[in-house]
Design a protein around this ligand. Sequence first.
Ligand SMILES: [Zn+2]
Length: 689
Amino acid sequence: MQSIRLGPVCRRVVLATVLAWWPGSRAIAQAPDNRTASALEDGVDPSIRPGDDFFAFANGAWLKRTPIPAGRDRWTARTEIGELTSGQVARLLDDAATAPRGSLARKVADFRAAYLNEGAIEARGLASLRPLLDSIGRVRDKAALTRLLARSVGADVDPLNWGVYRSAHILGLSVEPGIHGEKTYVPFLVQGGLGLPDREYYMSAEPRMQAVRARYEDHIARLLTLAGFDRTGERAKAVMALETALARGEASAEASASDHNADSLWTRADFATQAPGMNWSTFFAAAGLGHQASFVAWQPGALRSLAALVGSEPLETWKDYLRFHVVHAEADVLPREFAGEALAVQAAVSGHPVETTRPQRALEATQLALSDALGRMYAERYFPADQKKRVQGIVANVVAAFMQRVQTATWMSPETRALALTKLKTLYVGIGYPEHWQDYSDLVIDPQDAAGNLRRVERRNYRLAAARLGRPVDLTEWWMPPQRAGAILIFQQNAYDFSAALLQPPKYDPGASDAANYGAIGAVIGHDVSHFVDVLGAEYDTDGRLRHWWTPEEMTRFQALAQPLVDQFSAYHPFPDLAVNGKASETENVADLAGLTASFDAYRRTLGARAADPDYVRQQDRQFFIGYARSWRGKMTEPALRAQVTSDIHAPDRYRIATVRNLDAWYDAFDVRPGDQLYLAPGSRVKIW
Ligand SMILES: [Zn+2]
């Protein structure tokens, strides 16, 4: 049995496009439904037998009319929804430009307008950064340095929910629920302080990395020169040496990705004894954390090396380090020489040209800075209450159907079953958008001051994070913006959220029948809900504690039931020389089967009296399965598909769709017979839940 590594890759964001730019039993009766039955059936390819290739049959018309756009390696349901959402957000922002001054919409629009206003950026020069640069200049001793470092801690990390394990600031603070069922929020301190993406960039002997380091050192010198400092070559060398020393103390990305890092709880006394060199009392007081008795030291080594380096390195080196980072962090909203240099070094570090335009970067920066505000605007326009109500019905029915499956699962002991059912009964499912919105009335956005806006947003985020200390945990708190298409599983809150942006075709279609939507979003919901009680959820109990609650015997029995599905997937060959790795994709494939089965049960229970009409049932069943196949449609280039097969824990979409061959009803709905390529004899159809 493979060990279960809970990391961001396997459990967190199901469909989100993660930002990657450098510096998550009782059916509610529903009316008989004939909506868009013909439209769904119209899109199939009648020349293909559904039993031979259900993917190509169900997506026939779409596959014929949809090319992979130039310059891309794929076009899938994910990219479709991502593009659709970007357009919606851009329209929201355009419309907000004329909203009344002082309104939330106007703040959001002004933030973007300031980012785009290159004339104002040019005219302002470094004025917005001047007070900070001056305060660095006034530092005369290590105590003053410590206070300044403390004030540069950022709230830009999130180890447990999003797997953000490094800060662009000297350290990152996240205040979130812990992993031991704590009733109040826990502060997590996470490593940071590096200008390059990762410690490997400083440590690796590879020639490309050496070249990147040389270019980055040059970047430090260039920005300091542009900011008006002298002897910048010398200063850059010293700053680079300091960052390299910080990097040496940092944990690798892999070591950072374990939830067990949350067990590294340091009291204030531990900081003094474990990480000498810096006065931590001075640090915490200046950081506004003076009353906090303990912290999670997510990467203890990084705290040790930071404190030691504060003690050992010259004050002037630290001051230059801080000066450089102040300018570097906001270079894109400083005059064009700064912004140009920032893009050039970004291209050198990533190894490919930066193709984003200023409008794209402005949009992304606005999304990041005012995510909750934009989310509120997005939900109000694009996810009306009647749709939320309909999706709530689907969620309730799918969860209830899955609970019935848990009731009858043969491999579970009574104790394990009881715990699983409690988990499912108490699971919070957030649909579309959070229960509460932030109040932005204290935030000043100046349409003429892009750099100042960034700084004010950053400081506000930090204040809000610190203010949560000591407050009771809100188990319904969201960690997913409504306008980013995706879903997130939060085991430590026993909560599952999916965004309004995800609830769009082909994952959810307001115009489609219930049957088709159960096939699409219902199966996604069932998949994610099953994770709460499968090998992933088995690591967290009902109170959000990291505690394994399956017995070894249950693990063995579960594994034995899953083995035929492993074999089923391992037999798929996307290319003659390359097979799907059934073992690596096992957990996801088991969840797909769980989700599809539970959603099918749920949909069937909504048929009510019409369940006695075989023609109607057959027509609706076809919609359910076609809806499922549509929700995973996609095309990839050969290299992209090969990369997915070798490295992704999800099987390619075409094989995920083939999960239907394990459900008896699919055979009846599409007249699948022995001899068809996807045909499985009844005894070979896999049943786990
Ligand atoms: Zn999954």
